[in-house]
Write a protein of this length. Sequence first.
Length: 265
Amino acid sequence: MKHLAFFLTLTLLTAPAGLFAQNSDQPAPPQSRAEKGESPAPFSRLAISGGVGANGINMQVAVEANRFINIRGIGNYFNYSLTKTVNGTNDSGTLNFATGGVSVDLYPFPNHGWRLSPGALFYNQNAVTATVNVAGGDSFTMDNTKFWSSTTSPVSGSGGIFLNKTNPAFTMTTGWGNLISRRGGHFSVPFEIGAAFVGSPTVKLNFVNGVVCADQAQTECSSVTAYPAFTSDVNAQIAIYNNDLNVLKVYPIMSIGIGYNFKIY
């Protein structure tokens, strides 16, 4: 037994250092993508944001497709009632903005927020609609020609400006602020500016009720629907409006908001 004890003691004293220690060459536990400074896995995070812009209240939702690309859905809404006198007609109308679309956000420098975003509007109800009334005895002008509304049967009708001739419409924007940051974090403040190519506005103006007169004394009068000279001047006035509003065929896009992103798997 003495020889066995001596042999064990000698073995322990002469064994290489670390023989009974944990093997230091074992692989370390795998790091998460965030710990390695990488962007989230494709479609693993969802972002939502709310804000305001040129099209009213702005709502957005986005997912990351890869390190350089987000896919983003966009919706805008705004409604406002207004009254205005135009060429002697009393117009009571509503300004309606309602759009929905999608954009592909391209980040050439993923760790920074600048992007380019081609996209499309698939839903566009941007328009101004109004009822048109001319009080009896008042004058109004169509294509620089003055007419009078009959005191016994005042003139009335409807009109509108519609900003949705091209549907779907191509959009192009740029901006700053990634809804799903490639550097981590949950909050963002996205800013966007650009344009939607909606086509030339469409102006409608229809007088459907009342009697219109060519003189203040109201001796030359006829129904608005059976007065060829009046109809011709109305059509010429519509052409003037269309020409004046043609600049709106490229409609501005601008918004700023606050976004929050979270993991979905």
